[in-house]
Design a protein around this ligand. Structure first.
Ligand code: SP5
Ligand code: ZN
Length: 342
């Protein structure tokens, strides 16, 4: 297994996020990366820097105008007289137009986002963009014959849509890996998203495509973030009908229910006939996570890894959420070791 670690992650270090109109400390911090890196390092894993890929490698997943916005957003935020972390404050709500991209910076920031929990700081673009390089490097190594690869990066990616940031995410690393696997020869790819929160961005990106199956186990959007996507009746559209599987569980669901949902997801993935697997490995379904309420134990992540190994597919694992900083590394290592024992 190879490990691609994002050397630019620490540059994404906003000071606070908004929660119900109040400033609260960020949950998604550079410390998260450090704890995972330490645990992997102590276990003897060699962390590598990514290869660099051109922006064109991102265009099948995100629009060029969205990428251009993100690239220039920090400078524009400063140029329009602001200081500190950049946040959106106005959005095109239901009934308003999305077919015109405004010129005004604040209006564009809202156009391309969906929450106030995702601050953009000085190094956010560089961190997200280098994370994309890590995801693409991992996909290339698996295409080159490696059984598996892990993408150690932040900010995470699975909430980022075709042209929206939110949920701490800017670029969809898992989607980029899946697309690269497709372009590199895998005729079908499956994404399994085990983060506590529904991977709305990944779902949106592949919703009309039959070649990338998306399955997600997550907190029921009736009560859990991101609320506006992730219901069981979202099954894909057009040619993609049947290639999307949402398995929402009530907040507080016990591990046994989580593993029943996993069996359903694995059966569907096997049925779809994928040649390669991408795992959106958020570890916020862990019992001690401060913003989530599933009950997985560290040993359960080992069982998850073992069950995934039994699919017999090469796999790219991508770090998503997980906010109990001291446990993230143990949970990630437990899963990766279950998949590929040292
Ligand atoms: C990748 C990922 O896991 N994104 C999750 C984004 C969740 N954003 C909403 C978080 C709400 C946090 N609640 C703070 C409670 C403070 N008392
Ligand atoms: Zn999450």
């Amino acid at each position: 297994m190879r490990f691609f670690a994002n050397p630019a992650q620490a540059g994404h270090c906003p000071g606070f996020e908004f929660f119900r109109g109040r400033r609260v400390p960020c949950h998604e911090t550079p410390e998260r990366f450090q704890f995972v890196a330490e645990v992997l390092g102590s276990a003897g894993c060699q962390l590598e820097s990514p290869d660099l890929f051109p922006d064109e490698a991102l265009h099948a997943v995100h629009t060029p105008r969205y990428l251009a916005f993100l690239r220039g957003a920090w400078a524009e935020w400063l140029a329009t007289g602001n200081e500190g972390d950049a946040f959106p404050a106005v959005w095109p709500g239901a009934g308003m137009r999305r077919d015109r991209l405004p010129e005004n910076f604040a209006a564009r920031m809202g156009f391309f986002s969906f929450d106030t929990g995702t601050p953009l700081a000085a190094g956010s673009w560089e961190a997200a963009r280098t994370g994309a390089d890590c995801a693409l490097s991992a996909a290339q190594s698996v295409l080159g014959g490696e059984r598996s690869a892990f993408v150690l990066t932040r900010p995470p990616g699975h909430h980022a849509g075709i042209e929206t940031f939110g949920g701490y995410c800017f670029l969809n690393n898992a989607a980029l890996a899946a697309q690269a696997l497709r372009e590199g020869g895998a005729s079908r790819v499956a994404i399994l998203d085990v983060d506590y929160h529904h991977g709305n961005g990944s779902q949106e990106i592949f919703y009309t495509r039959p070649d990338v199956f998306f399955a997600s186990i997550h907190g029921d959007p009736m009560t859990e973030y991101p609320f506006y996507l992730g219901h069981a009746d979202e099954r894909g559209e057009g040619a993609g009908l049947g290639a999307n599987l949402n398995l929402p569980l009530p907040a507080g669901a016990p591990a046994a229910d989580w593993f029943s949902a996993l069996e359903q997801a694995l059966a569907a993935i096997a049925q779809h006939g994928a040649d390669a697997l991408v795992v959106s490995l958020g570890v916020d379904a862990w019992e001690g996570d401060p913003i989530s309420s599933f009950r997985l134990k560290t040993s359960d992540y080992g069982m998850l890894g073992e069950r995934l190994r039994q699919l017999g597919l090469p796999a790219v694992f991508v770090l998503e959420g997980g906010y109990a900083v001291r446990a993230i590394g143990d949970n990630v290592l437990s899963c990766l070791r279950g998949f590929e024992p040292a």
